[in-house]
Design a protein around this ligand. Structure first.
Ligand code: THU
Length: 147
């Protein structure tokens, strides 16, 4: 399923994915930024893999929620099939979070493995922004470039 192409999951599945991302944000370890983030990846078989940001006293070693979720998914053996992603930032009233540049590249790896263009739901208490991963990261570098 190419979420980006369809740009809609249906209200119920969309809300379930957002709920999963909020639940993941509840596990965030973000004592330095005080900005908890949760990510939820939806796969074609219906599986949802979540992650939260994991910070470190050595600030630059902190991991973003999307990266943690992708590492979990690849570590479980998933290779492609990424239909949609929800990312939530828990800052009241703030703009909906969009994945940082590094996370766009990390998400692209799973998407490229299954040739999907996942729908990315960018969420804050202020609202939801729907955007295709290919729009967040046009002309992405990926596994195909390595032959
Ligand atoms: N963060 C994420 O988890 N995902 C993003 O896409 C942007 C930023 C985290 C990293 C850090 O723990 C906190 O948000 C503040 O930058």
């Amino acid at each position: 399923m190419g979420g980006g192409a369809e740009m809609s999951l249906g209200e119920e599945r969309e809300q379930a994915l957002i709920d999963a991302a909020f639940a993941a944000a509840g596990h965030a370890y973000a004592p330095y930024s005080d900005y908890p983030v949760g990510a939820a990846l939806l796969f074609d078989d219906g599986a949802v893999v979540t992650g939260c940001n994991v910070e470190n006293a050595s600030y630059g070693l902190s991991l973003c929620a999307e990266t943690v979720a992708v590492a979990k998914a690849l570590g479980e053996g998933r290779r492609g099939g990424l239909a949609a992603v929800a990312v939530v930032g828990l800052k009241t009233g703030a703009e909906p979070i969009t994945p940082c540049g590094r996370c766009r590249q990390v998400l692209n790896e799973v998407a490229a493995l299954g040739q999907s263009d996942p729908l990315v739901l960018c969420v804050s208490s202020a609202g939801v922004r729907r955007v295709a991963l290919s729009a967040l990261l046009p002309h992405a570098f990926g596994p195909a470039h390595l032959g």
